[in-house]
Design a binder for this molecule. Structure first.
Ligand SMILES: *Cc1c(COP(=O)(O)O)cnc(C)c1O
Length: 376
């Protein structure tokens, strides 16, 4: 088994794996499951400060993004897609797929979106049904300040869809204060359950927008409205993946009990960035670093494959490469959720020290030593 230090999926704790092996009932017919599902959704709401409704859908994180767009977009709707990263831009595909017109607000991929620039744009054009924004754009490691961007969009009467799949539980999220209408999360990032579930937090305003559509939602599986009355009706639109949800619940209980989870992410991330820079490597973002992932440029003379395969095959540590416009240019350490532990990061930094030595690339210091010094 490799040590999984990727930008998601992350390492899964034993109690989460055990919960997934519990005996199962028929989740369609046993009302005890419906109660358990609702209780789990209530914990999700509480942890992220939402007065709307949380739902768990059977499907990987991408399903949540698609469900938000499928459920809100009517043919011809104008949608503002905030694009300063690969996932950010990707929302345009879902918008178009459901007949919307995606208008891109693009800024460079090494800085967070600047709220003043967005305001200037909105003052000229704010005729959008909703806007999409990514909290932590994982491929580039950028963190957008949703607590500024979403209230701003809301001020212009625009609903907000936020992808915090790789942000939540490693970075602070307050759904109500930030005026987020649909928040999308996934099981396999900082929550540290295996891949397979998506979570959605839906505001009353977003629910109304779906109900007031003139045209039906062009999907069944990605239709959020099909969940609306599950609790009153004791009926789910499709059979819920009960073992996945048992695991998710255990992971949520872990997060709930982990009082300094955000501070730990911040400290580990800062020490990681400090060590990387001191060693003479370059971080990809220029500012707005997410505390869940560190994205490092592949230095001249080396390839991402050399770094990733050496650290994996010789030191048993799995890191992430990248894709799309960043393919080959960066490699990534995912220090979110169960990966955000000093022991795991020490092993990772030591493995990186040895990998660079093996590849004949001298670092300016030991990243492990510097990491540990900064963690003191
Ligand atoms: C991981 C992730 C998703 C879910 O998609 P994957 O198929 O797991 O890559 C969505 N958005 C972001 C920002 C993510 O990091």
């Amino acid at each position: 088994m490799y040590k999984i230090m990727t930008a998601g999926p992350t390492q899964v704790k034993e109690n989460v794996r055990m919960a997934r092996s519990l005996e199962t009932t028929n989740p369609d017919l046993d009302v005890a499951f419906c109660e358990f599902y609702k209780e789990t959704c209530d914990i999700l709401q509480e942890l992220l400060h939402s007065s709307g409704t949380a739902y768990i859908l059977g499907g990987e994180g991408i399903l949540g993004l698609e469900a938000a767009c499928a459920s809100l977009t009517e043919p011809g709707d104008r949608v503002l897609v905030l694009d300063n990263g690969i996932f950010g831009r990707g929302f345009a595909d879902f918008v178009k797929m459901y007949g919307g017109e995606a208008v891109l607000f693009t800024s460079d991929y090494q800085h967070p979106i600047n709220p003043a620039d967005l305001r200037a744009f909105l003052e000229k054009d704010s005729d959008f049904k909703y806007a999409t924004v990514v909290h932590c754009d994982t491929p580039s490691g950028i963190l957008n300040d949703i607590s500024e961007l979403c209230p701003l969009l809301s001020e212009f009467g625009i609903l907000t869809v936020v992808d915090s799949v790789a942000g939540m539980f490693g970075e602070y999220v307050n759904v109500d204060e930030s005026k987020i209408d649909i928040l999308c999360g996934g099981s396999q990032k900082a929550l540290s359950a295996p891949a397979g579930l998506t979570m959605l937090w839906v505001s009353d305003k977003a629910m109304e927008a779906m109900e007031n559509r003139k045209t039906p939602i062009a999907s069944f599986y990605a239709n959020i409205l099909t969940f609306k009355t599950y609790y009153e009706d004791k009926w789910f639109p499709y059979t819920m993946p009960i073992s996945d949800i048992n695991g998710l619940r255990a992971a949520l209980d872990n997060v709930k009990a982990d009082k300094d989870i955000l501070e730990r992410h911040a400290k580990i991330a800062a020490a990681t960035r400090g060590a990387v820079q001191k060693a003479g490597l370059k971080l990809y973002p220029e500012e707005g670093f997410s505390n869940t992932v560190t994205v490092i440029e592949v230095p001249e003379g080396l390839t991402d494959t050399q770094i990733l395969s050496t650290i994996r095959d010789k030191y048993n540590v799995m890191l992430s490469g990248c894709f799309d416009v960043l393919a080959g240019k960066v490699f990534r350490i995912g220090h979110m959720g169960e990966n955000a532990r000093i022991e795991d990061m020490t092993i990772t930094m030591n493995a990186l020290d040895r990998t660079f030595a093996d590849l004949g690339y001298p670092l300016e210091c030991s990243m492990k030593e510097e990491f540990l010094r900064l963690m003191k």
